[in-house]
Ligand binder design. Structure first.
Ligand code: UGA
Length: 453
């Protein structure tokens, strides 16, 4: 099929190259000329493992091209997927990009004679597609929904794993209020054989997206709450607690005497909190929107609150354990909100760094790929390095925030050789406390404090 994608950002670009690799003809539209030039030169403007290679392949095959010309892209395609940003602002999601694109699509559809499907992939709060977006497109196209198709197809891509997620989807959700538009979307996704397709109405599809991210965020905050309770009581290891919980066969069945260990259990882990461009934004948007409709979502509110206090609490713990932080050299391992990405948006690491600076600490931070992005945060007085050795050199203490593989494998001896005083705060519970302590390191893990009473 011929598909146009509006918005060559993270979701749009991944969707585009993957659909092109699956045999569709894809045209990606964006309004930033530099971005278009870069993409057509086979360079991805975003960091995502495997994306450059895939881009090279689909451009080479001639099944993918990027353009500034939305009218051309829509006129020569059957389906347009909208994948522009919907950032969270004070009062809820900002729909300005959706508004602009919907108007443009409407104007183009006014002139287009053949049937065309518009599919919203951007994350929008439930009821946005069937009211707000439908109204704009109808007004500017002077046509009604039905004359053109309108669908909602949420994305479930994880940064750092997006290509694998797109190519091997666990489900495809298509919100469609009529059979004609649903059939077109079903044909588009027919290339993913054996993947369940769930058909819903437009708002249910929107709600599935928010519910999925709310559940992931909830599991993380829940684990952190249990960690905080465990710390307050003392002599309880939250990691053992959660491992104990995860043996429950309703969460983790045994097949052929082997535990299945579903991926969702990885979210039941205590740490410094969740970040990124999706979980924080989506749950705040759902909360704000729910409150506007008159329902106060208490669990989601608490999920956000726990996530906000988690980095603060960890710095308090550091103060408790090693005293005044002013003029202490603190090494921070990891800037990205999670491994395998250079994304620092809402990263717990940045929150911890800000707090450490407020306390007068000298911060030396490292990350294998996110340093350039962190440097753009001009207000932060931090010495950055790509390698952890530079950050650890001469440090009074170190705090691990992002679970990069290369940090997990740092041996106790290396900490001892590099640091002035080998004190390690493990915000992700990656190190072995007994091993570190027997090697002469003061070790403090999140959700694990010595006996209090
Ligand atoms: C998240 C969802 O996982 C995707 O399904 C969704 O499509 C995406 O948001 C989105 O809305 O676009 P992502 O933001 O890439 O994806 O991040 P995750 O991998 O889910 O990580 C989010 C947070 O959970 C991170 O802070 C991470 O450290 C934490 N996490 C992640 C865990 O605690 N355990 C894990 O196993 C993975």
């Amino acid at each position: 099929m011929k598909v146009s994608i509006v918005g060559a950002g993270y979701v749009g670009l991944i969707t585009g190259v993957c659909l092109a690799d699956k045999g569709h003809e894809v045209i990606c539209v964006d309004k930033v000329p530099e971005r278009i030039a870069m993409i057509n030169n086979k360079h991805s403007p975003i960091y995502e493992p495997g994306l450059d290679e895939l881009l090279e392949r689909v451009i080479g095959k001639g099944t993918f091209v990027a353009t500034l010309d939305m009218a051309w892209a829509i006129n020569v395609s059957d389906i347009t997927i909208v994948a522009v940003g919907t950032p969270y602002r004070e009062q809820g999601i900002d729909l300005s990009q959706i508004e602009e694109v919907s108007k443009e699509i409407g104007l183009i559809l006014r002139e287009k004679e053949s049937y065309h499907v518009v599919c919203i992939k951007s994350t929008v709060v439930p009821s946005t597609t069937d009211t707000y977006i439908a109204n704009i497109i109808e007004k500017f196209s002077e046509k009604y929904v039905g004359d053109f198709g309108l669908c909602m197809n949420p994305e479930f891509l994880r940064e750092g794993n997006a290509i694998e997620d797109f190519m091997n989807p666990d489900r495809i959700v298509i919100g469609a209020n009529d059979n004609k538009s649903f059939s077109a979307m079903k044909e588009l996704y027919g290339v993913f054989k054996d993947t369940p397709i769930l058909r819903t109405n437009l708002r249910t599809a929107e709600m599935i997206k928010y519910t999925t991210n709310s559940l992931l965020a909830l599991l993380i905050s829940f684990s952190n709450e249990i960690a905080n309770i465990s710390e307050a009581i003392g002599n309880i290891d939250v990691q053992e607690v959660l491992t104990g919980v995860c043996f429950d066969k309703r969460l983790n069945p045994r097949i052929n005497n082997t535990l299945v260990n579903p991926g969702i259990l990885a979210y039941l882990a205590a740490g410094c909190g969740f970040g990124g461009s999706c979980l924080p934004k989506d749950i705040k948007s759902l909360m704000a929107f729910s409150e506007k409709t008159g329902y106060v979502p208490e669990i989601i509110k608490a999920t956000i609150k726990i996530n906000e206090i988690q980095p603060v609490k960890f710095v308090q713990r550091m103060e408790r354990e090693i005293g005044d932080l002013s003029n202490k050299k603190i090494a921070v391992l990891g800037l990205a909100f999670k491994p395998e990405t250079d994304d620092i948006r809402e990263s717990p690491s940045i929150k911890i760094i800000k707090r450490l600076i407020e306390k007068g600490a000298d911060v030396f931070a490292c990350d294998p790929v996110a340093v350039e992005n962190a440097k753009r945060l001009k207000s932060l007085d931090v010495k950055y390095s790509r390698n952890y050795q530079d950050a650890l050199k001469g440090a009074d203490a170190c705090v691990l925030v992002t679970k990069w593989k290369e940090y997990e494998s740092i041996r106790p001896d290396e900490f001892k050789q590099l640091m002035k005083t080998p004190v390690v705060f493990d915000g992700r519970r990656v190190y072995d406390k007994a091993l570190f302590e027997s090697s002469g390191i003061r070790y403090f893990g999140i959700g694990l404090v010595e006996e209090r009473n």
